[in-house]
Design a protein around this ligand. Structure first.
Ligand code: NAD
Length: 470
């Protein structure tokens, strides 16, 4: 299924306007926060492997520079346009604000279908796009820091970093020009899984409030919730994996070629292995095939996690959806009118600007690591382990008891980089949900409006405290 094209920025701004009505800020301040500060549109030639020349189009939008650097992924997709990039950069501003990640919002895109280009061609596209950004001062550790998004991953980020480093060979902080890099290239452990892990934390938090589950007719807790995930890419795969580990039952998984459904639950890793070996998600043993992937969203379940494309839940299919909870793993998967309809029906929507903020949160950690030139945990890990060992010895001497080797290892072990990153991510997602729910209850609004109220308030404060809007 190809998602219908609905202008995304107008939808984001509808949500903005709904939340802005709760403030009595000067109109100019709200206009400044809402609009996209700047957008760069570039065309450059690509020499294809067969010798032909193709003109490639790309964009980079910086929605808000109230904090620097700006931050946002680079998308490689065939249907992306300027409106999408501005909308996605706006979402980045709000996402960073509500998770207290100190960046402005940005987004980049290149209009290509990665599956139609060789690895060498993709490398040339990525390096040339980076060069074009560099010539306009649109990339750098203190200026604008890209990351992976739909159609890109750690490989592309390594090319971005290498290109930037070769253009600024004397910059000691060059590694911080992009995040989502492979760990061997200055990446941070836990970044790859971060967005999906964040989606899991978001759902877990939402399910933890009995008062919020009761009106949905659901028991508190993630355990036993029947979940459908659309998209088995970076966000969807990891989200499905963590939700399953957290006790959710993955009843359906959807990809481009179709979906599979099993009421008793699918093993995510086995479905992924099946897709890898056969080239299709269809035909998984014990599951029912749903040849039209979009129909999977309408199957029987408690939770739907759209984690692939924008505008997949629209007025055309909203009435057929059975989910009581929708977690927006993707950016903008529900059109604004369908979102309103779902709220009327009492569906709990966990909005994208919160639900998929785990990626930028851990990107922030990676950037901090790059600028500090120090792996998280390197200084304190052994020190903590030795201190813990001394405490255990003291307890043993006082009590005469002895810990088993397993209990000893557990009690003395200190956190390494991955544990610290995951802990920082969990803290961010839990704290942000608490803030959103506080606003939701106090203002009697839906969670998305609460998220926008929170974000707008924080961006406004950043402007006002600098005296820009007295
Ligand atoms: P990805 O390219 O890694 O994965 C996307 C997946 O969706 C692919 O496996 C693709 O085959 C699948 N897909 C495409 N069309 C489909 C269809 N019709 N039905 C079902 N599946 C389909 O992209 P990603 O990084 O996982 O991003 C997905 C969404 O999450 C995007 O909206 C992106 O903006 C958002 N997001 C990503 C990150 C990140 O860290 N990667 C962070 C925040 C938000």
């Amino acid at each position: 299924m190809t998602a219908p094209h609905v202008p995304l920025f107008a939808q984001v701004n509808k949500y903005f306007d709904k939340a802005a009505a709760y403030f009595d800020y000067p109109t100019g301040l709200l206009e400044q926060i809402k609009g996209c500060n700047s957008i760069y549109h570039v065309r450059f030639p690509l020499k294809r492997d067969d010798g032909t020349i193709e003109v490639i189009q790309g964009w980079r939008a910086q929605h808000s520079v109230h904090r620097l650097p700006t931050k946002g992924g680079i998308r490689f997709a065939p249907a992306v346009d300027e409106d999408d990039v501005m909308a996605l950069s706006a979402l980045m501003t709000y996402k960073c604000a509500l998770t207290d990640v100190p960046f402005g919002g940005a987004k980049g895109a290149v209009r290509v279908d990665p599956s139609k280009y060789s690895v060498h061609e993709l490398e040339r596209i990525t390096r040339r796009y980076t060069y074009e950004l560099f010539t306009k001062n649109l990339i750098g550790p203190g200026v604008d820091v890209p990351a992976p998004d739909y159609g890109t991953g750690a490989r592309e980020m390594a090319w971005v970093m290498d290109t930037y480093s070769s253009l600024v060979p004397s910059s000691i902080d060059a590694l911080g020009c992009v995040t989502g890099k492979p760990v061997t290239q200055g990446g941070v452990r836990g970044r790859k899984e971060a967005t999906g892990r964040g989606v899991y934390f978001a759902l877990r938090e939402a399910c933890s409030y009995p008062d919020d589950m009761r009106p949905l007719g659901l028991q508190p807790g993630l355990g036993g919730k029947r979940v459908i995930v659309q998209g088995l890419g970076n966000v969807g795969y990891h989200a499905a994996r963590f939700i399953q580990e957290g006790g959710g039952i993955i009843v359906a998984l959807a990809e481009r070629e179709g979906a599979v459904y099993c009421a008793k639950g699918l093993d995510v890793e086995k479905v992924v292995a099946h897709r890898q070996s056969t080239g299709s998600i269809l035909g998984f043993a014990g599951a029912v095939d749903i040849p039209d992937s979009s129909e999977a969203l309408e199957a029987d379940c408690d939770v739907v996690v759209p984690a692939a494309l924008a505008n997949v839940i629209t007025m055309a299919n909203v009435e057929r959806l059975k989910a009581k909870i929708i977690v927006e793993g993707a950016n903008g998967p529900i059109t604004a009118d369908a979102s309103e309809r779902l709220l009327e029906r009492g569906t709990l929507i966990i909005p994208d600007i919160y639900a998929n903020a785990g990626g930028v949160t851990v990107s922030y950690f990676e950037w901090v690591k790059n600028l500090s030139h120090l792996r998280f945990g390197r200084m304190e890990k052994r020190f903590e382990e030795h201190s813990n060992e001394q405490i255990l010895l003291g307890v043993e001497q006082l009590t005469g008891l002895h810990f088993t080797p397993q209990a000893r290892a557990k009690a003395t072990g200190a956190a390494g980089e991955e544990e610290l990153v995951n802990s920082g991510l969990e803290e961010t997602m839990v704290a942000a949900y608490g803030e959103l729910r506080g606003i939701q209850v106090a203002r009697k609004v839906d969670l998305r409006t609460a998220a926008f109220i929170n974000a707008i308030g924080k961006v406004a404060l950043a402007y006002m405290e600098r005296g820009i809007f007295p």
